[in-house]
Write a protein that binds this ligand. Sequence first.
Ligand code: GLC
Length: 480
Amino acid sequence: MIDHPLRILFIAAEADPLVKVGGLGDVAGSLPLAVKHSRPGIDIRLAIPFYPAIRQSGIEVKPVGSSQIRYQDRLLDIQFFVTEKYDIPIYLIDGLPISQSGAVYGTNFEQDAEKFIFFSLAALKLPQVLHWQIDILQANDWHTAISLHAVRKMSEAFPEFASVKTILTLHNLPFMGTGSEKALEKFAVPPCRNPRMPSWAKQLPLPMGINSADKVVAVSPTYAQEIFTPEYGCDLQNFLLTKRTRIMGILNGIDYQIWDPQKDACLKQTFSAVTLEDRRENKRALQNEFSLPQEENIPLLTFIGRMDRQKGIDTILSAIRLLDTRNWQLIVLGTGDKTLEKEVTTLQQEYPEQIRTILRFDGALSHRLYAGADILLMPSRYEPCGLAQLIAMRYGCVPVAMATGGLVDTIVDFSKNPAHGTGFLCAEQDTHCYATTIQTALQIFLNQTDWRKIQENAMQQDFSWQISAKKYIELYHSIL
Ligand code: GLC
């Protein structure tokens, strides 16, 4: 037991609102704050890279110190800054590999590896610079995973970490840090020596981090189990099984301030579970905005997100063509894989009266879609947690999703549990099965009493960060 308030350093490649590319940014921007709000005595602080884009945003920062790190036969400078604009200190770490980089995630794997390995090792100097002895180091995904390996395998370089416990939160197993070998050598990070790890993984930051972490937390309990299977384990399943007792799942939450249908300023009409009829106004507004027939009785489907295979946009393209009714409309919002974007546009040409595609990132429109569409399509191939279904449910937009990962943990399938159903789950990774699931939902939509019950059930779920924060706090105490 420790006799002082817990001290936690939380490190990630992105954190909203300073920098956000995907779901990791939402989590890193929310979870540390939720922990702080839930237990103000806990001293949790966040560190992210000081990307050129953050610098250019004109953010006010204070320098807090500097350090150096070995890189081949020279030393690289590290500069630490802090912003005190938030309820916890957020440190911004700079140095050549960061200041010379472009996008948060570039297309050059080796350059990204240099940047994130530099950041991960530099973050380990922060406690020393601040004279702040931490109890827990929490890293996220491959970008920061190497820090957990470094504190164990380079203990002469980081002696103050001997008694620090480490947690790796796993948001996405397939991204392991390909192309890191050279960078690891340049920073003198030794490979992993665990004979139970496949040799191809011994110089990949994510498996190296998993190997060293005291706890690995997947972002949902189901995903935490799925990664032990050949289907989801990315060829690490046998190694992961050797770490079974250290792996667990904690669901993410969503920011209830940002996502609140009763107060959302982006909406034409705010509403709640008791004033669901007001929601119609938002659907009408969408139909109007996108020149779709303004009919209340035509179910409006939406897909909101990255256009890639993980999110199953290609499954939607095929499933739509299998539907035996044309009584639906679909609005697709997102960007991503150029081939998939093209295919979505082709689909729109086949169904000019029914489909609209908006190939851009548009936060405000996403709010309007959650608030106006009847159904969210989310046939993910794998989904460690998933955010869109949580937001959709809060806005009374019923998810029709693949039964995988966090989707299983957050959606109650109406077909199995009509009294408590909050959406529809497709049991098989199969286009026909998904088309059938959409059809079932379209059928139930015709019965507005049943539909309203599903919407109410969905809106009454609690996916706020408080619950996740409590679970993390329990975990922090249990590992110390
Ligand atoms: C990744 C996962 C997604 C998860 C998010 C935040 O983007 O693909 O399922 O919700 O991380 O943890």
